[in-house]
Design a protein around this ligand. Structure first.
Ligand code: SAH
Length: 263
């Protein structure tokens, strides 16, 4: 599990927090840190706050977009201090640990996203997630320091791992959804980037057939995104859906060079 979980920090403002996250990760046995457009990195302040965890900083992968940070992942989780406009599947860190533990029994990878100190994750970023994790803090003062939030989440992951060593395999009610191969599924699950390409294609097609007006989006794509990200599409199901969109565009006379995946 430790090698299959990426901690992704988005647009972090304070290098000290990046260092403190590196320390928290190493304490809990994790090492894969992704930094999406950090304001200042590398930075001596990050080094000093990392204490003995500078190796985690040296190995950190700096990218410019969220897509690069989550490419190839099976599950993307967003850590959020507060509820948002459209409710999304949300778990606490302990339940998340159970899901991550069961999902990483094969070689699936998981990304856990943490937001900006001042503003957290944007709605768009949260909508890219299959699941949200919320640390059930004081509702009147819910926002933890970034590194402390990482600490709590990774602590629960570690606890779950230690528990599993004692052979207490937790029963997971989302196991069939998140790990269909464990329940004898016949087709490999689709990755998040494949689902993302499908959602782009879906949006394009819905515009083509005048179902969706991007000028008045009214949360349509967020709701469809939530639906498709919830049901754990496999590669075959995804191909069928893409085929339906292609045929729809052909009938509408809009299938062509600009259609996603038409090349
Ligand atoms: N002021 C921001 C919170 C920033 S804290 C806001 O109101 O959204 C920085 C990051 O730490 C958050 O984006 C989130 O990823 C994580 N975090 C802080 N408190 C959290 C909590 N109670 N549960 C889950 N994640 C939390």
């Amino acid at each position: 599990m430790f090698e299959q979980v990426r901690i992704v920090l988005i647009n972090t403002s304070h290098p000290g927090n990046i260092g403190a996250v590196a320390r928290a990760l190493k304490n809990m046995g994790f090492s894969r840190l992704y930094l999406v457009a950090p304001e200042s990195f590398p930075d001596p302040i990050a080094e000093s706050r990392a204490s003995g965890a500078t190796d985690i900083l040296d190995k950190a992968i700096v990218v410019s977009s969220l897509d690069e940070a989550i490419a190839g992942c099976r599950l993307v989780v967003g850590a959020s201090a507060r509820g948002r406009k459209i409710p999304w599947p949300v778990v606490n860190p302990r339940d998340l640990a159970r899901e991550v533990h069961s999902l990483t029994q094969d070689d699936s990878e998981v990304a856990i996203l943490f937001g900006r100190e001042a503003r957290g994750l944007t709605n768009e970023e949260l909508h890219r997630c299959n699941l949200h994790v919320h640390i059930p803090s004081n509702p009147d003062f819910s926002s933890l320091n970034l590194a402390m939030a990482v600490q709590v989440v990774t602590y629960e992951l570690r606890m779950k791992y230690l528990e599993s060593l004692e052979n207490e395999a937790g029963d997971s009610n989302m196991k069939a959804m998140l790990s269909p191969q464990d329940s004898g599924w016949d087709v490999e699950p689709a990755s998040v980037d494949e689902v993302e390409m499908f959602l782009e294609h879906l949006e394009r097609t819905l515009i083509d057939i005048d179902f969706h007006d991007p000028e008045h989006p009214r949360q349509l794509m967020a709701r469809l995104r939530r639906l498709y990200q919830r049901c754990c599409l496999d590669k075959m199901e995804l191909n069928i859906l893409r085929g339906i969109l292609r045929s729809t565009q052909k009938v509408a006379g809009t299938w062509g060079a600009q259609s996603p995946g038409s090349q």
